[in-house]
Every structure is written in C-alpha cells, then in structure tokens.
Design a protein around this ligand. Sequence first.
Ligand code: PAF
Length: 309
Amino acid sequence: MRPAIIGPGALGTMLAVKMAGAGPVLVDHYPERAAALDASPLVLEEDGRETACRVRVSAAPPPSSFDFVVITVKSHSVAAALERADEIVRPEGLVLCLANGIGHLDLLRKRQGPGACAAGVTAMGATLIRPGRARFGGAGETVIGPVSNREERKPLEAAAELFARAGMRVRVSPDIEVEIWKKLLVNVGINGLTAIHGCRNGEIAESPELAARLAAAVREAAAVAARLGVAVEGDPVEVALAVCRRTADNISSMLQDVRRGKRTEIREINGEIVRLAASLGLDAPVNREIVEKVTALEAAAGSHPPESS
Ligand code: PAF
C-alpha cells in the first residue's frame, strides 16, 4: 500500500517519519520548500530520542499512483488538498482527511474523485519545531471511518493496518461524525482560550475563571450537536477539562499559529459553532466572543494567507 501524506506540518511530518517503512511521499505545495525538505532527512523528536528518516518530499507527485492519501493540512486548506488528493490517488485507493473542525465533512461527502473517502481524528500530539523537524506531543488514539455508507470497509481496514504497523493506536468507526464532534467539542473549549490568554492547556483547568469559559463554550457547542441529532456520550465539559489536564504542558495548535503569525482554525472550530447555531435558531455568544478575540489577534499579528498545516 503506497502512501502519500499531504501537508508538511507537525502531523504530516510526524506521520511521514512513523510511516517511513512504507515508503511514503510527503506532499508540499511549495516547490522550493519541498526541494529543501527532500534534500535532508525528516526528524521526529520523541521522549528525548531523535528518529531521522529519508522520505521523498515533492510538490509534484506522480498522478494516480498512491493507494492511501492522508490529508493533514489545516481545515481552511482542505478543499485545495482534496483536489491534489484526487489527482494522485489510484482508482482503487483511499483518501483520508484528518483535519480539525466539522465543515470539511460536507466537502468529503460531495467528493466525486477516484477511490474511497474517509475522515478521521487523531489525539496524537505533535509540534513543528521547524520545517522537516517535528516533536511528538503524546500518544493518543486515531479513529477513522467512512464518510458515507457507500464506502467499502476493505481500504479502510488496510489503512488502519498501515497506521498500526507505524506504531499508532487506531480504530475504525462506523460513525465518524460522532468522533469528529467529540474532538470538535474539545477544540472548541481549549484552542481559542489558550490563544487568547497565551497559556498552556493545563492553565485552563487550573483557573476557575477560564474553566468556566471553557464550560460555557463547550455547552453552546454541545447544544448545537444535540439539535443536529449527534449523540455524544458523557459530559463534554469534563472530557475537555480532562484533555487540558492530560496535555497540561502543550501549547495548543491555535496558540502556536498565533505566535507564528499564521491564520488560525478559529473560523472552522468556534466559528462553525456560531454559524451552525444561527442556522438552527440558537445563539452562541461565548463562541462568538472567542472568534472575535482570536480574529483580532490574527489581525494584530498580520496573519499570513492559508498555508498547509
Ligand atoms: O489543537 C490542539 O492543540 C489539540 O487538539 C489539543 C487537544 C487542544 C491539545 O493541544
């Protein structure tokens, strides 16, 4: 099963090193950066060790030649990454999108390209130290599942096997929408607040005031999920606070983006809750305020246009 990974960000770089044994190609849409990355090994820092692997990095991978294409770009770049995936996947292959947020699910469902299509979420943490060098931020489960009931299980199971061989904890779910909502509810609570307050994830759980903001944002999002008929088990506020404690030292991906002056995923995370709430006749004032504050931070930082991962 020949894999390609689209997006040389933290997750893409980590996957490329972990899957190096399967001979992946890492796809970067910037030709100059692709050439520079191709010239030296990719490095993954993990528990004080470094793994360096030669992985092919290309801005122009050959068409129709991959059995498994994993999209790891930021949610605002999924549409462009899907076009690239459609060009390079084999007709009997699989395209898997691991983006944050929920909006991309509609894009995947409407996709007409070759091969099967799946979505997934991962709780594995990664930080990009610089292009070509990522730091593993903690183990976590990766869940993948079909985006429509037309898809066959076979390519998904082969993909899960490849991830497992790369040392990842992976599960195939028949209801990926619920899994995506579970992750979205965590990101709704943590990402915007850490970006606004410039704090590590753990500081939210430690501050009664920030924990209350998290709870209010997550409850608004859970009300949207409930109105859409998405049944998320357990108390999503407790789940989000537990993730804050488990990833206490992490700098969230959104805070990393703000610090680098990159466009954040605020529109696709809290912004999507505001949009969905409005379409359902609900209000989401806490999420709206989070969106406004993060958008102001982006503007102050002069955030760059969308970029892969
Ligand atoms: O986006 C992130 O950084 C992660 O999803 C999470 C769970 C907030 C941990 O940092």
